[in-house]
Design a protein around this ligand. Sequence first.
Ligand SMILES: [Mg+2]
Length: 387
Amino acid sequence: MKKQESSIWEQVLVKIRAEISEPSFQTWFTHTQLEINDSNWTIQTPNVFASDWLTNQYHNLIKETIYAVSGETPEIKIVHAGSKEAISDSEADIYVILRQIDRLPEQKREALYGMIQERRAAERGQPPKEERMPFAKYDVFLFDLDGVIYVGNRALPGSVESLARLREQGKTIRFITNNPCTTRERVAKKLKRLGVEATETEVVTSAWATARYLQQEGYANVFLLSDEHLEWECEQVGVGTDENGEIEAVVVGWDGSITFADIQRAAGFIYRGARLIATNADVTFPGADGPLPAVGVMLETLRMSTKVEPIIIGKPYPQMVEKALEGISPDVRTVMIGDNPDTDIAGAFNAGLPAILISDKPADLGLNEEEVYKPTARMVNLLELFR
Ligand SMILES: [Mg+2]
């Protein structure tokens, strides 16, 4: 081969490889050699590519690229002169599949590429894909609800399917929410309405966890800044909520109708020795026009005015996560999945658990720089557990 032609061919290969990422093209050029006699360029390729279809595809591409890099228009002949031994049998099988794949609709093509990757992984001694998927790393899944499984009354894309797949795999599932204005039964019903299998005993709300905490710590009577759901939870475990009785603790939940006079009354109980306990410390919750003041604002008002440090049950404090894990062996692999770095991810960290952040922000943007607690993984939605 003349030096000048050889350098043209190298340029052609560089240009083609740079422009085409499709694997069968890349492989084809890796196994291809060039012979030049005068103006006849003969391109030799292994037997496995003995296909008129491929030959036609590459013939035009090569001709155009040679012209683009050199201005020359040599005669090109592609011959299938290579030896099949140049590549292994399994690779040859894969290339045969690749030829077919190129002609398939996109969805089928992706599925087949996946299959090919699996064969390659198996050849490298890797476990099957199912065992390499993120979900396979864990036995117990703690799910935050809003922003992970649903937003408002709408299931998020992929959440119903993903939860069903985890069930099929026999995984243990818990749903944990900082929302004190609901009960476990109501949460389970809502999940079922959206198509997610759930039982009351799999749900942990901050109201339920707070009532359990009060019971375990021996509180007999408390003053509630909350709606009827926390009151109901307290009733279930025999913790009194008689405002006229002796108040051992002020418990902060949420109710839109709480007045400043109620908060002042609560402060009075704290001055007289009552403990300050909060279902959570979330400062805002999402509203139609932007974030609205939440439990944490009321809690902060009390803390600032009384100078008493609260006991906080919800995420990111470990109480509620520990309640969710009650009855689950500490040896199993558990993961927390949430959309809020400050509560879910920090909560997982405080409980010593790995965490997956559901976020549509790419990993290299957004909160990453300032994040104190980094998630173990970041996913756009729950379907990524199976990729
Ligand atoms: Mg959330």
